[in-house]
Design a protein around this ligand. Structure first.
Ligand SMILES: Cc1cc2nc3c(=O)[nH]c(=O)nc-3n(C[C@H](O)[C@H](O)[C@H](O)COP(=O)(O)OP(=O)(O)OC[C@H]3O[C@@H](n4cnc5c(N)ncnc54)[C@H](O)[C@@H]3O)c2cc1C
Length: 386
C-alpha cells in the first residue's frame, strides 16, 4: 500500500514504524511541517501501564525507546510544604525531542521516508494520490477542519490556565506541588526527564491568574512570577521558557474517525489531559491499533478502520471520562486546601474514581496505613471504586 502520514509526532511516526514492520512492502511517506529537530514542550512521561502497551507491540523497538529514560517508582504530593510520598507509581520519563529522534531513526532504518519542512495544505489532492492518508496532524488538525462536516468534531475548553516550563532543578519523583498564595492556588506538575532537566507545568485557575496580574504579563514576567511562587521547591534554579505562553486545555472529540481513505490519529482524533503525558501514550496506543487494523484487513480499508475504532473508541472514551474527573478535581482544588497533607494526597490519588483504597493498599501499604490512621478513607467524598 502507498501510505501518506501527515505529522511526525508520536502518533504518525509510531504508526509508520509498526505498519512498515508488519508489511515491509508498504511505501510510507511522512510529511512534517516543522524543520528537523524542532519541537515544543519539554519531557514526556509514561506510566508502567502505558509502557506495557509499547513493550507488547514491538519488544525490539521498546528496548531502544526506553534506553535513556529516567525512572522512579514513587510520586510526591507537596502540600503546605510537606512532601507526601506515594510508592508503587512507576513513571518513566524522557525528553520529547529525544523520543521523536528515536522514533525517526527507527522509521528511517525501516526505509520510511520523512520529509521535514513540508506542510500539507490540500489533503484531497494527497488522498487521490495514495491508498491511505493518516492524519496525525495534532490537536489543531487542519485535516479535521477541512472535513469538519464529516468528522463532526466537538471542543470543550476547560477553564484553568497552563504554561509549560523547564527547569534545571531535578524533580526525581513526579511531583505535584500545591501552593496557596494571597491571590489563590498555584499548582506545578514537575518531573525530571533527563540527567539535567525537569518539566515544570504550572496550572492556575483564571480568577487567581487575573488577580496575580498574569493576564497582562509578558512571557518573561509570567516566568519570573511563577518561579517566585515555587521558589522553595526550585531553590536557586530558574524556570526556562520555550514558547511558554498561557493556554487552556481544549478537549477534542470526533463523531467520525475516518472519511474515505483518510483516518484521524492521536491528538487530531482526541485530546486528553496532558499534565501527565497521557496524550503521548494515547497517541501511541492509537498507532498500535491502527497498524493492527491495517495488517489484519489487507486491501480492505473500511474493515481496517472499523477494527481500529472498535478497539480504541471505548478505551478512548473511558480515558477521557477519567481525565475529565481529574480536570474537575484540579479546577476545584481550592476547596481541598484545608485538608492536611496526607488526607490531601489521599484525595488526590482517588480523584478519578479509578483507584480504590485497596489499590492504594496494594501499591503502598505504609501510605494506606497512614490514611487509615487518620480515617481519610471515611472522610473523602471520592467514590470507592469505578
Ligand atoms: C504547547 C504544548 C506543549 C506540550 N508539551 C507536552 C509535554 O511536555 N509533555 C507531554 O507529554 N505532552 C505534551 N503535550 C501534549 C502532546 O504533545 C500530545 O498529546 C502528543 O504529542 C500527541 O501526539 P500526536 O502525534 O497526535 O500529535 P503532535 O505531537 O502534536 O504531532 C503532530 C505533528 O503534525 C505536524 N503537522 C500539523 N499540521 C501539519 C500539516 N498540515 N502538514 C505537515 N505536518 C503537520 C505538527 O508540526 C506536529 O509535529 C503538549 C501539547 C502542547 C499543545
Amino acid at each position: 500500500m502507498k501510505i501518506a502520514v501527515i505529522g511526525a509526532g508520536p502518533a504518525g511516526l509510531y504508526f509508520s514504524l509498526l505498519a512498515k514492520k508488519r508489511d515491509p512492502s508498504h511505501r510510507i511517506q511522512v510529511f512534517e511541517q516543522n524543520p528537523a529537530g524542532a519541537t515544543y514542550g519539554w519531557g514526556v512521561v509514561f506510566s508502567d501501564v502505558g509502557l506495557a502497551f509499547l513493550r507488547e507491540a514491538d519488544p525490539e523497538f521498546f528496548r531502544t525507546f526506553v534506553a535513556h529514560h529516567e525512572r522512579c517508582d514513587y510520586m510526591e504530593i507537596v502540600h503546605r510544604g510537606t512532601h507526601v510520598q506515594v510508592h508503587g507509581n512507576h513513571f518513566s520519563r524522557t525528553s520529547r525531542i529525544d523520543m521523536l529522534k528515536v522514533l525517526e531513526d527507527a522509521c528511517r532504518a525501516q526505509g520510511i521516508s520523512i520529509e521535514h519542512g513540508r506542510r500539507i495544505e490540500d489533503v484531497s489532492k494527497l488522498a487521490s494520490e495514495v491508498d491511505l492518508v493518516v492524519a496525525a496532524d495534532g490537536g489543531n488538525s487542519a485535516v479535521r477542519t477541512q472535513f469538519a462536516h464529516h468528522f463532526r468534531p466537538s471542543f470543550e475548553k476547560r477553564r484553568n490556565k497552563f504554561a509549560w516550563y523547564g527547569t534545571r532543578q531535578r524533580f526525581h519523583p513526579v511531583s505535584l506541588i500545591f501552593r496557596e498564595t494571597p491571590h489563590g492556588v498555584f499548582i506545578a506538575h514537575s518531573y525530571q526527564y533527563s540527567p539535567e532537566l525537569s518539566t515544570f507545568l504550572v496550572e492556575v485557575d483564571p480568577d487567581t491568574w487575573r488577580r496575580a496580574g498574569l493576564d497582562r504579563a509578558s512571557e518573561e514576567e509570567s516566568r519570573r512570577y511563577c518561579a517566585e511562587v515555587f521558589r522553595p521547591e526550585l531553590g536557586g534554579n530558574e524556570l526556562l521558557t520555550n514558547r511558554s505562553l498561557w493556554f487552556e486545555a481544549n478537549i477534542v472529540r470526533n463523531d467520525q474517525w475516518s472519511y474515505r481513505n483518510i483516518v484521524l490519529l492521536g491528538d487530531a482524533l482526541r485530546t486528553v489531559h496532558f499534565s501527565l503525558g497521557s496524550g503521548t501514550r494515547m497517541a501511541m496506543q492509537d498507532a498500535i491499533a491502527l497498524s493492527e487494523g491495517v495488517a489484519s484487513h489487507p486491501g480492505d480499508l473500511p474493515a481496517a478502520f472499523a477494527a481500529f475504532e472498535a478497539q480504541r473508541r471505548p478505551a478512548s472514551s473511558s480515558f477521557q471520562a477519567a481525565a475529565a474527573r481529574s480536570l474537575d478535581w484540579y479546577e476545584n482544588v481550592a476547596a481541598k486546601m484545608h485538608l492536611d497533607p496526607v488526607a490531601f494526597a489521599y484525595d488526590y490519588m482517588r480523584r478519578t474514581g479509578q483507584v480504590s483504597h485497596d489499590d492504594l493498599r496494594r501499591r503502598d501499604p505504609h501510605f494506606a496505613a497512614a490514611c487509615e490512621a487518620m480515617a481519610c478513607h471515611e472522610r473523602t467524598d471520592t467514590p470507592a471504586t469505578a
